[in-house]
Design a protein around this ligand. Structure first.
Ligand SMILES: Nc1ncnc2c1ncn2[C@@H]1O[C@H](COP(=O)(O)OP(=O)(O)OP(=O)(O)O)[C@@H](O)[C@H]1O
Ligand SMILES: [Mg+2]
Length: 241
């Protein structure tokens, strides 16, 4: 049984449909990428899985259980956490206070402080800033805080929406390095990125979304094949699914 199994997912905003055929399977501990142009529906897809955007059609099974009609808080408690685009940390609160907010998503109420300490071990840069206001952190540090806060809920699957946005190449390497370590600890990850090469360097499989449809699945070795990559990304060739 897959950890996450999404089929025929449709979603949108009011009368405007944005996602027409969202599907994805994620096995425990797997890292899957999602790429696609601006406005393709990537964030809508993640939002619909996390319960933040209402799905109008389709099935979403997480751990064998249907989560399509559940609210976002219950979905987090089942072990599926989303780090949305733009980080969404609380800039007026301290780093520590932001981390404590992640505790509300925990299934187990015991071991809260231990969970925070374990997460902060992954992000040494946050340790020195624990009592500082989160809004004073650099962009890369804020991104790490947003990921750390999601991890405090001890998710089985962590979904990240464009974690590299606005970060310099070196900081991106730091953030992606942390993703590898999170995966090593057994957590499954979905990463949405605009930059195909970047996500394909860490993901075994990468889905391409265009105009609300999952159009192709790229494997790591496809990163070398510029023609195939461009065809999948821009839809200039045949669809690969
Ligand atoms: N809250 C919203 N209300 C209305 N329309 C929305 C909303 N959010 C997104 N849309 C529309 O849905 C479409 C898909 O947006 P979405 O954010 O899912 O794309 P995306 O692939 O994540 O793009 P990007 O790469 O720019 O982040 C766009 O046309 C966008 O204008
Ligand atoms: Mg987006």
């Amino acid at each position: 049984m897959s950890l996450l199994n999404v089929k025929d997912l449709q979603a949108g905003y009011g009368k405007v449909q944005v996602l027409f055929n969202g599907h994805i399977k994620v096995e425990p501990g797997e890292l899957v990428g999602i790429v696609g142009p601006n406005g393709a529906g990537k964030s809508t897809f993640l939002g619909a899985i996390a319960g933040a955007v209402k799905a109008s059609h389709g099935t979403i099974e997480f751990g064998g259980e249907s989560i399509r009609s559940k609210n976002p808080e219950d979905i987090v408690r089942l072990g599926l956490a989303l780090v949305p685009e733009g980080r969404a940390i609380f800039t007026d609160l301290t780093v520590n206070e932001n981390l404590r907010l992640g505790l509300t998503g925990r299934r187990e109420k015991s071991g809260a402080q231990k969970a925070i300490e374990e997460v902060i071990d992954l992000f040494p840069v946050l340790t020195t800033h624990r009592s500082h206001q989160a809004g004073l952190l650099s962009g890369g540090q804020q991104q790490q805080l947003a990921i750390a806060r999601a991890l405090v809920s001890e998710p089985k699957l962590l979904m990240l929406d464009e974690p590299s946005l606005g970060l310099s190449p070196t900081v991106i390497q730091d953030v992606f390095g942390v993703l590898n370590r999170i995966q090593d600890q057994g957590t499954a990850i979905i990463v949405v990125e605009q930059r195909a090469h970047l996500v394909m360097s860490i993901a075994a499989r990468t889905l391409v979304i265009r105009e609300g449809h999952v159009r192709a699945t790229l494997l790591r070795e496809d990163a070398q094949d510029e023609a195939r990559l461009a065809a999948a990304y821009f839809g200039t060739g045949e669809d690969l699914e």
